[in-house]
Design a protein around this ligand. Structure first.
Ligand code: 2AM
Ligand code: CA
Length: 266
């Protein structure tokens, strides 16, 4: 049976608003925090509860659809065949815990690997960035216009300062050169919000040395609708099943950063 993507967007929106209420009401009680891969990689019972909320909603409404979420409630996916929901229940968990601001619910719905619906909800700002493939992108009810190009030296790039310090990151030097050359950098701490900002022309690019599919799945759908590009640092298609390097930007910014800073012989 084929999917009605506008209907899926509508139902996903209603679940997002419901989930946002649950997240906001969690501020009233103390939140239990655990660490994952390292002491700064955080997860709370709220992340898990919201992922579970979406998992059960989807299983009930669309039993034949698949699910890939940050907190691993569903079985691991080996392929993107069929209809797959890629969900980050709280993107920017560190912000959620420390700032109670700048975190988002991110939902991408893909059909055989093609992004069909993307929703990023900045919960505290009440900004819902959303798109259905081929039908344009919106911020709440307002259409987002195709982005305006800008030279790299006038660009504002989203990047986490952690990628510029010592360590096992082989891209430290080229990224430092880039940060020196652009007009400015910003770090919001939620990849999903940064991609939504790129789609809304508030940023000109976003870069991460390691990003996971649920962080960018929704963002890719929005970016496509406003004429932005996204790839790994070599300019290749993103995996959507494995974490990896990630660069998104306005077409000229994306191309120049890969060819001048990141490409084959960085
Ligand atoms: P999270 O808040 O859901 O963990 C912070 O710069 C951004 O990078 C956030 O979107 C964060 O997602 C993501 N992030 C943090 N650590 C990560 C990791 N080890 N791998 C992939 N993405 C990560
Ligand atoms: Ca995330």
């Amino acid at each position: 049976m084929s999917n009605d993507w506008c209907e899926i967007e509508k139902v996903a929106k209603s679940w997002i608003y419901e989930a946002a209420q649950i997240i906001k009401s969690s501020f009233a009680s103390s939140i239990h925090i655990e660490t994952k891969s390292n002491p700064n990689d955080l997860v709370t019972e709220v992340d898990k509860a919201i992922e579970s909320f979406f998992y059960h909603k989807i299983k009930e409404a669309f039993p034949e659809h698949f699910f890939l979420g940050e907190e691993g409630i569903a079985e691991e996916l080996q392929s993107l065949k069929g209809t797959v929901w890629l969900i980050d229940p709280i993107d920017g968990t560190m912000n959620f815990i420390h700032q109670k601001y700048n975190f988002a619910i991110s939902i991408g719905v893909y059909q055989d690997g093609i992004g069909m619906v993307g929703l990023i909800y900045d919960v505290m700002a009440d900004e819902l960035f959303h798109a259905v493939r081929g039908k344009g992108a919106f911020l709440n009810e307002e259409p987002l216009v195709p982005v305006k190009e800008r030279p790299v030296e006038e660009a504002i790039i989203g990047i986490n300062a952690r990628w510029l310090i010592e360590g096992r990151n082989p891209y430290r030097n080229p990224l430092s050169a880039l940060v020196r050359d652009v007009r400015g950098t910003r770090s919001i701490g939620s990849a999903a919000i940064e991609l939504a900002y790129l789609a809304a022309d508030r940023l000109d690019g976003y870069i991460s040395v390691k990003l996971s599919p649920w962080d960018y799945a929704a963002g890719l759908v929005l970016l496509e609708e406003v004429g932005c590009r996204a790839s790994n640092f070599q300019g290749d298609r993103l995996s959507l099943l494995e974490p990896g390097t990630f660069i998104a930007g306005k077409p000229h910014v994306h191309k120049e950063i890969i060819s001048l800073y990141l490409g084959e012989d960085h």
